[in-house]
Design a protein around this ligand. Structure first.
Ligand SMILES: Nc1ncnc2c1ncn2[C@@H]1O[C@H](COP(=O)(O)OP(=O)(O)OP(=O)(O)O)[C@@H](O)[C@H]1O
Ligand SMILES: [Mg+2]
Length: 273
């Protein structure tokens, strides 16, 4: 890519630190994706021809039984693994047309990841993990501390930021991972089981966080989940089975979860409500 990766790309504009869609052309295109894992002589066909598009600002949930290929799809959409065949196009850019450095740059600048296994760096504190994610994203402006405080407050991790991942519970690690993904206000948030390790209260807080970021910052969100209540916050639910999308359903966008006590403002600073 020749353009500065720190500038909004075609189809997006920056407004008051928000990344808003300018058009309804897809921000994510998955085209006939297949993935075969080969370990020795055994081949596993994890994806068998997946096609769908996501328009900017959509909230899509991906559900399906264990082993149906959800995480594999997550890795392909995030450019973390290559498809065996088919294409992934993000913001009009085909991952296959990029070299490794360009792919990494696109990923770091445009996508916020929440991994099923957290993937926090063990030698850094929670805060160090969040700060590092911000640094590598290439943002020019300094990290918005008010926004960080706001995220940490909503995710109830304020008192845990000096601790290393090994000193945090699974749920706390997941909430740190969510703050890390959101601190850069990425155009796309990919989350693999973001509520998988959380109790109901924390799960609601995380879903609210994702939902508000989606609605107020216009972030396109793809969330993998086993939890039907979590999936219901999405506008669209893709059901996977044996490496295929077998059903597409409209979500209900649940509105009865407890509201957080603060709003996300245009600057990210908490505002009293
Ligand atoms: N690195 C790998 N090598 C070989 N097979 C793999 C590899 N990763 C995943 N698989 C296989 O591919 C299939 C899809 O795995 P995937 O992790 O995408 O499932 P999933 O839907 O995310 O499951 P879960 O809900 O348990 O996380 C499974 O049969 C799995 O065993
Ligand atoms: Mg998985």
């Amino acid at each position: 890519m020749s353009e500065d990766p720190r500038e909004p790309q075609a189809g997006l504009r920056r407004y008051n630190n928000r990344v808003l869609p300018q058009s309804s052309s897809p921000i994510i295109v998955a085209e006939n994706l297949t993935k075969v894992y080969a370990s020795g002589r055994i081949e596993v066909m994890a994806l068998r021809g997946i096609s769908f598009t996501v328009t900017p600002g959509e909230f899509v949930a991906i559900v399906g039984p264990s082993g149906s290929g959800k995480s594999t799809l997550f890795y392909l959409l995030g450019g973390l693994t290559r498809a065996t065949s088919g294409r992934v196009v993000i913001d009009g850019v085909d991952f296959a047309s990029l070299n490794d450095a360009e792919r990494t740059r696109l990923r770091k600048h445009r996508i916020g990841f929440v991994f099923q296994k957290f993937n926090l760096l063990p030698t850094l504190s929670a805060m160090g993990n969040i700060e590092l994610a911000y640094e590598v994203s290439g943002r020019r402006e300094p990290m918005d501390r008010a926004y960080l405080d706001h995220l940490c407050d909503l995710l109830s991790i304020t008192g845990r930021l000096k601790h290393r991942p090994s000193e945090l519970s699974g749920g706390e690690q997941q909430r740190v991972a969510i703050a890390r993904a959101l601190i850069t206000r990425p155009a796309i948030v990919l989350a693999d089981e973001p509520t998988g390790n959380l109790d109901t209260k924390n799960s609601d807080a995380v879903l609210h966080m994702l939902q508000r970021s989606n609605q107020e910052l216009g972030q396109t969100t793809l969330m993998i989940t086993h939890n039907p209540e979590a999936a219901a916050v999405a506008g669209r639910i893709l059901h996977m089975r044996d490496g295929e999308i077998v059903r597409v359903e409209n979500g209900t966008r649940a509105t009865n979860m407890t509201s957080p006590a603060v709003e996300i403002t245009s600057t990210g600073a908490p505002a009293a409500v």
